[in-house]
Ligand binder design. Structure first.
Ligand code: PHE
Length: 352
């Protein structure tokens, strides 16, 4: 096929030669096996600057019969373009088919596990505490978070000028109600609503105007209340020991220290032996070997009277503890705010 490959600058090809070139181009284009080969053959024939079609077009002015050469060139050009377009469509279809077969499900691959949620540390601690007290015959009682002064303070024997009522500690609403500062109002509500024997625990959110590493303006407490005939400090101590040696390590030691609450008499703070050093003293327990865990006491006779119960007949004990502190303790969480920031990493850590 002389001259076919040396058209530029050389002899002007005849219409028959252009016809043959068209066949050659069609064969080369049809043979392009993939995108890269198609692109190479396109540039070779139809490339805007140095493509063969460009070179041949440049020869038109030199042809002996320009009209005939021009027509033969146009036929060549449209055959090349049609061939490129057809091959392009074929390759596109093949690519789609290849992608579809790649996407086929391989049933032999191990499955992908959907991420599972987990319960919040405070929820876990509460569930454990509820379980322990259910075993001791207690039921769960709840009350409102927006409380009346008399339930949060008055009936609990807080004097009118008690500093806890101070706006610095208590968050008051405009209508005179307040956000409960402890779960003890549920103690009063229960005593007013039921007759002894009473055994309840009262979990819930409480609020105080307090905010630092160890304090959040919202936190969680559980209150415990037991009122019946003949309840003594011995019952309080035995119950707390049973409770705390289940919630914490079974060899945990419990100690009561005298304290004061308006609604209990006598009152005490309850410490457990440090869970980290087992009582020998470490930085977590400031070297004392003890950790303060809850407040407790015998229900003040005046609170019983306020709730229409005869203090000569009935007695009882109450205690309250912070759930968040227990959770921080159990999982070594140093900052209380981590509990309320909804950071999934914390949940993953608790799930272990
Ligand atoms: N209500 C007390 C507090 O919030 C805790 C407590 C409850 C103390 C019951 C004694 C008895 O600090």
């Amino acid at each position: 096929m002389s001259g076919a490959g040396t058209t530029s600058g050389g002899a002007v090809p005849t219409p028959e030669e252009l016809e043959r070139l068209a066949g050659e181009a069609e064969a080369a284009i049809a043979a392009a096996g993939d995108r890269a080969a198609w692109e190479a053959v396109r540039v070779h024939w139809a490339g805007a600057r140095q493509g063969r079609l460009r070179e041949l077009q440049a020869l038109i002015p030199r042809a002996a019969d320009r009209k005939m050469f021009g027509q033969a060139f146009n036929r060549l050009k449209s055959r090349v373009e049609a061939a490129l377009e057809a091959r392009d469509a074929e390759l596109a279809r093949a690519e789609i088919a290849a992608r579809a077969s790649e996407a086929r499900v391989d049933v032999t691959l191990p499955g992908r596990r959907p991420p599972t949620g987990s319960l919040h540390p405070v929820t876990l601690v509460l569930a454990e505490i509820e379980e322990i007290f259910r075993g001791l015959g207690y039921s769960v009682a709840e009350g409102p978070e927006v409380e009346e002064d008399r339930f949060n303070f008055g009936l609990l024997n807080f004097p009118d000028d008690h500093p806890a009522r101070d706006a610095q500690d208590t968050l008051f609403l405009e209508d005179g109600r307040l956000l409960r500062t402890h779960t003890s109002p549920v103690q009063v509500r229960t005593l007013l609503a039921r007759r002894p024997p009473i055994r309840v625990i009262c979990p819930g959110r409480v609020y105080r105007n307090d905010n630092d590493l160890r304090h959040s303006p919202m936190f969680h407490q559980v209150e415990g209340l037991c009122v019946a005939e003949g309840i003594t400090v011995g019952d309080l101590k035995g119950t707390l020991e049973a409770f705390l040696t289940r919630l914490f390590a079974s060899d945990t030691k419990v100690r009561l220290r005298p304290s004061y609450f308006p609604f209990t008499e006598p009152s005490c703070e309850v410490d457990i032996s440090c869970q980290l050093c087992h009582g020998t003293g470490c930085p977590t327990c400031s070297g004392t070997g003890w950790m303060e865990i809850l407040g407790a006491g015998m229900v003040d006779p005046r609170v019983l009277e306020n709730c229409d119960l005869d203090p000569d007949r009935y007695s009882g004990f109450a205690f309250g503890l912070g759930l968040d502190r227990v959770a921080m303790n159990k999982w070594g969480i140093p900052n209380i705010r981590s509990l309320f920031e909804s950071d999934e990493r914390l949940l993953r850590q608790v799930r272990g």
